[in-house]
Design a protein around this ligand. Structure first.
Ligand code: ZN
Length: 242
């Protein structure tokens, strides 16, 4: 069947564009072998977690309480030059859910085998504004989150976090503008929070850049989740400082 489909629609590598062989999916063997993995899932203090924890330390009123270091991991470096950024772009802009799911499962397997993430019991995707959801037809973070939930055996929670502000595209904004753009973008539906509360939440998005969006979600979740509930991050790609 695949061979027949290939005759009409040649499948090509998402990263380099060469034509795929029958046994290859989304990526050619060469690009698959060269994925710039971050290995953040096995290192607690990595650049992504440092950025996230710095935001928590700088912007949170702690009232004497010092929050423990939170975990954060991405599967691969965004790596625009070598084309690996096209993995998340094809999921977000070209509805390539198949590729998105493939890499989300890859990430999920690494997280469930990690001593830092093995106890994740709830997975929450960064929500899209309803207007954007209608336009796009799916939430790319939701696609990734559902595969991670499946791989880790955690519960997928999509009802408590809502995006109530239709934010402009983040790509052309400065750091400060991004921060303002997402600061009050999310709200928590307290009535939909289920008890007992989770112990370890995993917030999921497609790409981590400055961490502003994920931090905005974190802040809203903290309104109901006390400090003993760990709020970790997972994304497919890491585009932050190295
Ligand atoms: Zn390739």
């Amino acid at each position: 069947m695949k061979a027949l489909v290939d005759l009409f629609i040649p499948r090509t590598c998402v990263v380099c564009g060469t034509r795929l062989d029958l046994g290859e999916n989304s990526l050619c063997t060469g690009c698959l072998a060269e994925i710039p993995f971050t290995y953040f899932w096995s290192v607690a203090a990595n650049p992504m977690a440092d950025t996230y924890n710095a935001l928590i330390q700088e912007r949170t009123e702690r009232g004497g309480f010092v929050e423990p270091y939170q975990f954060a991991a991405a599967l691969f470096h965004y790596n625009h030059e070598e084309g690996y950024s096209k993995i998340t772009q094809s999921l977000k802009y070209h509805a390539d859910l198949r590729t998105g799911r493939l890499f989300a499962r890859m990430l999920g397997r690494r997280l469930s085998g990690s001593p830092m993430y093995f106890d994740v019991d709830t997975v929450i995707p960064v929500p899209l504004h309803l207007r954007r959801l209608w336009k796009r037809g799916y939430n790319q973070a939701g696609i990734i989150a559902s595969e991670i939930a499946r791989e880790t055996g955690a519960r997928l929670e999509t009802r408590i976090l809502v995006r109530n502000k239709y934010t402009k595209s983040q790509t052309r904004l400065s750091h400060e503008e991004k921060s303002l753009n997402v600061r009050d973008a999310f709200v928590l539906r307290k009535a939909r929070v289920r008890y007992p509360l989770p112990r370890h939440v995993l917030l999921v998005d497609d790409v981590f850049t400055t961490g502003e969006t994920l931090f905005a979600c974190y802040r809203v979740l903290r309104e109901v989740f006390p400090p003993y509930v760990r709020i970790s991050l997972a994304t497919l790609a890491y585009a932050g400082e190295r």
